[in-house]
Design a protein around this ligand. Structure first.
Ligand SMILES: [Zn+2]
Length: 233
């Protein structure tokens, strides 16, 4: 059975393409078709993309796929129950370099920047990276365990990697994130909520919240109230 989850976001003025999709897609067997019309108030960030998570592969249809070796199985019976938001930029404060991907592939060149010499031996990953221009790269299937949180605790539970999904925003703690990054993040979260019933709108935290004193991301620059309003929390 196909377990693909499909969600369409309608904006106020539906165009012809939206209407065709709305008519045709519910008839396709194997898809769960959900719209945000009627069920909840419509987000101010109207998403026109169709965001699909294939639950068999654990992949997002709208992301580039780059499989990182830095992942493993979740403990038996453990499902995603928490979304953790991070930021990353390599070198720190620089965007668009491609070094983040190198880090997640254990190919960071320690000679290329003094900061890289300190971190090149880390074995880390995240499920997804949202670049400054809104493009998405996925490194780990969502049902697998990415290595993003490190020593961490959420509501008394240790080892958040076991039960969380890690999403990196390309950014820094004190530089405003791009509107398109919130837009894409909201779409990804909505798709995750549909695909993994253990997740919920109220279980979305920053790395700084589950590793206080050790981590500071996504930092003061991240607008939690904007994300909450987009998600209707
Ligand atoms: Zn982090």
């Amino acid at each position: 059975m196909i377990t693909t989850v499909l969600r369409l976001y309608f904006h106020e003025n539906l165009n012809a393409f939206d209407l065709i999709l709305a008519k045709v897609l519910p008839r396709l067997s194997g898809f769960m078709f959900v719209t945000n019309n009627g069920r909840r108030k419509i987000s101010p960030y109207f998403l026109e993309a169709i965001v699909i998570i294939d639950k068999i592969t654990g992949r997002l249809n709208v992301a580039r796929w780059r499989e990182s070796p830095n992942c493993d199985e979740r403990p038996t019976g453990m499902e995603p129950e928490l979304i953790v938001i991070h930021n990353i930029s390599l070198p720190p404060g620089e965007f668009g370099s491609g070094w983040i991907e190198a880090l997640f592939f254990n190919r960071l060149d320690p000679e290329a920047h003094p900061y890289f010499a300190k971190i090149h031996q880390l074995r880390v990953s995240a499920h997804l990276l949202i670049h400054r221009d809104g493009t998405l790269t996925q490194f780990v299937p969502f049902h697998q365990r990415a290595w993003h949180a490190g020593e961490s605790c959420y509501s008394g539970r240790q080892r958040c990697n076991d039960f969380s999904i890690g999403i990196e925003l390309e950014g820094t703690d004190d530089q405003s994130y791009e509107p398109v990054q919130y837009h894409k993040l909201a779409g990804v979260i909505e798709a995750l909520l549909l695909a993994y019933p253990g997740l919920c709108r109220n279980a979305i935290v920053g790395h700084e919240h589950i590793a206080p004193g050790r981590k500071t991301d996504p930092g003061a620059a991240f607008d939690w109230s904007l994300l909450r309003s987009v998600l209707g929390v």
